[in-house]
Unconditional design. Structure first.
Length: 159
């Protein structure tokens, strides 16, 4: 039992640091977008909590003091990123990405560390399976060009 707990704890920590790394890289671009880990997104009468969401700064919900409301958003994020863990159902995670796309998201990534590949979802298009040196699509206004290998290099670095 203790070994199972330790393995689960290590897996959760690994996913946490991968999300943190993605958020810091996207936020460090100095664009009009901000990245958030585990932000509840409610759209189409359903809520999802993706690993990372990227939202245009002008869409961020603010309270009366101008601070970001942390309870979640009531619209689909511009970009949804999921990192598949061994314990997750790929079908369920894919369903969450597709739900966001059907409700207004522009881009979805499903990162599969065990396969070192990324499934890319875009509205009105079949998914693309990218790996290695393949260049990933990002939101139009982001000044970012990177390959699948570069994403996995980010995810492996110590923070």
């Amino acid at each position: 039992m203790e070994r199972q707990f330790r393995n689960l704890w290590e897996e959760l920590n690994t996913v946490y640091y991968k999300k943190k790394r993605l958020v810091s890289v996207i936020d460090g671009l100095g664009s009009n977008y901000e990245a958030f880990p585990k932000l509840r997104c409610t759209c189409g009468n359903r809520s999802v909590v993706p690993d990372v969401v990227v939202i245009s700064s002008n869409k961020l919900p603010l309270d009366e003091r101008g601070e970001i409301i942390s309870s979640g958003i009531d619209f689909a994020p511009d970009w949804v990123i999921e990192i598949l863990s061994p314990a997750e159902s790929q079908t369920k995670v894919t369903g969450n990405i597709l739900h966001c796309l059907k409700n207004g998201s522009q881009l979805g990534w499903l990162i599969d560390p065990s396969e070192r590949s990324i499934l890319v979802y875009q509205p009105n298009s079949l998914p693309d399976l990218l790996a290695g040196k393949d260049i990933l699509p990002v939101l139009e206004d982001l000044n970012l060009a990177l390959s699948v290998d570069e994403v996995f290099a980010w995810l492996q670095r110590k923070i």
